[in-house]
Design a protein around this ligand. Structure first.
Ligand SMILES: *Cc1c(COP(=O)(O)O)cnc(C)c1O
Length: 428
């Protein structure tokens, strides 16, 4: 619903900034002067706190050598568990249900290796046709490892319009041949949020396990994974959580599955007190820690320590409120300023059904994105026709959004995009 008293003026944007209780975090981030960052859903920006904890971890290595495992600012041996505890409130798990480890795709492999147990008629994995390709590749390869043909055993629920998924279509596909369901929390293109509680209830009613890819919701949308009974979830910490390029991912395993042996085991799957007994039979941790494999990527996880401090302080509920408001403001401005220019907002309009970004469709999307970059605005492009814009609660201002739409309008009226070819770059 349109913001109250909405106006397309700069004064109105400034008014919203003045009222913004999270506005004070903006100065904690490295924003490039003369540039507006609208890509925090692909790679979040560096904060001073994240920089500090990374440097402190380097100091720990410098000062302590091997003893950094148990000494120093951020002892490495307990880092994954400590961070799991800090992340837990953002996903709605208890401290033991969350661990920081691996990457999104590796964690998906780990969880499918653990929870996909084809038996009798139940041999298929259910996903959807709008899912991020890496997840599909992982699921296809897992099916092949088990000797199944992905063409027959990976069900991809169809979208009716190429943008959204209908929960009822997903539920209809949950038949007696399905062993496991893996779905996104928020769709990476359209930004639609799936009704995770309903889907989990329906899956369980049919005896099917269900897990979620939370890459596009972790850090922008609150979750209640434990309360909803979700079996597992996984996500990256470098998007909305600002953990840095190549940063380590996270996973949630519902405590009802504690004691389950990890599909991909390693010595870091051990109960902590047993790990250095060096026995050849693994005693898995009685927690999500069991789903770690090897030595943690200490320097790649270190920025997350500082970044999560900010989330703890700001509160995920406040972050969600601002995220909804600033994305609504973006949509209001698009409706009012870009009408008749060939744009379609491909994101659900209802608050409860959208995540932390806006998908703007246009036939000339690739070169409009290049033109935006030429004007100092950083969007991202998703082939064939989507401009993704993500004003982020912790560091984007309403004035940033106003400026972005002003420039978009100018690009269209001056036909600036015609200077570029309508093709994507190597990294889009
Ligand atoms: C970003 C993203 C990934 C990336 O996986 P990595 O293993 O971190 O490269 C996977 N799935 C979704 C839905 C994503 O948005």
């Amino acid at each position: 619903m349109r913001l109250k008293n909405f106006e397309a003026t700069l004064e109105y944007a400034k008014e919203l900034d003045k009222e913004d209780s999270l506005g004070r975090y903006r100065e904690e981030f490295y924003l490039k002067p003369g540039s507006i960052y609208m890509d925090g859903n692909s790679l979040g920006l560096l904060s001073k706190r994240a920089e500090r904890t990374l440097l402190e971890s380097l100091e720990d290595w410098k000062d302590h050598g091997i003893d950094g495992w148990t000494q120093g600012n951020h002892p490495w041996f307990f880092m994954a568990e400590e961070l799991g505890k800090k992340l837990a409130p953002l996903v709605g798990g208890s401290a033991e249900e969350v661990i920081v480890t691996g990457s999104t795709t590796v964690n998906l492999h780990q969880l499918v290796s653990t929870f996909y147990k084809p038996e009798g008629m139940r041999t298929k994995i259910l996903a959807d046709e709008l899912t991020f390709p890496s997840d599909i590749y992982a699921l296809q390869s897992q099916l092949r490892i088990h000797g199944y043909d992905p063409d027959t055993h990976l069900i991809r629920v169809k979208s009716r319009d190429g943008r959204f998924l209908e929960e009822e279509d997903i539920i209809e596909a949950m038949d007696e041949t399905v062993a496991l369901i893996v779905l996104p929390t928020v769709l990476y293109r359209s930004g639609q949020i799936l009704d995770m509680k309903q889907l989990t209830d329906e899956a369980h009613r049919r005896g099917i396990l269900i897990g979620f890819d939370a890459c596009h919701s972790a850090g922008s949308v609150p979750h209640s994974f434990n309360e909803w009974g979700v079996d597992f979830a996984f996500w990256c910490n470098y998007k909305h959580l600002n953990g840095g390029p190549g940063g380590v991912g996270g996973l949630f395993v519902n405590r009802k599955h504690f004691g389950e042996s990890p599909g991909l085991a390693g010595w870091f799957s051990s109960a902590k007190e047993k790990q250095f007994d060096m026995e050849h039979s693994l005693t898995p941790a009685h927690s999500a820690g069991a789903f770690q494999i090897g030595t943690p990527h200490v320097l790649s996880v270190a920025p997350l320590i500082g970044s999560l401090e900010i989330f703890e302080e700001a509160g995920i509920e406040n972050i969600r409120l601002k995220s909804l408001k600033i994305n609504q403001y973006l949509m209001d401005l698009i409706d009012s300023e870009l009408a008749g220019m060939g744009f379609i907002i491909g994101t659900p309009r209802e608050d409860a059904r959208r995540g932390g970004h806006v998908s703007l469709e246009h036939v000339e999307a690739a070169r409009i994105c290049k033109s935006l970059k030429d004007n100092g605005i950083i969007p991202d492009f998703r082939a064939p026709n989507i401009i993704r814009l993500a004003p982020v609660a912790l560091y984007s201002s309403y004035q940033d959004v106003w400026e972005t739409v002003r420039i978009l309008k100018k690009i269209m009226t001056d036909k600036q995009y015609e200077k570029f070819i309508n093709e994507r770059e190597v990294v889009a």
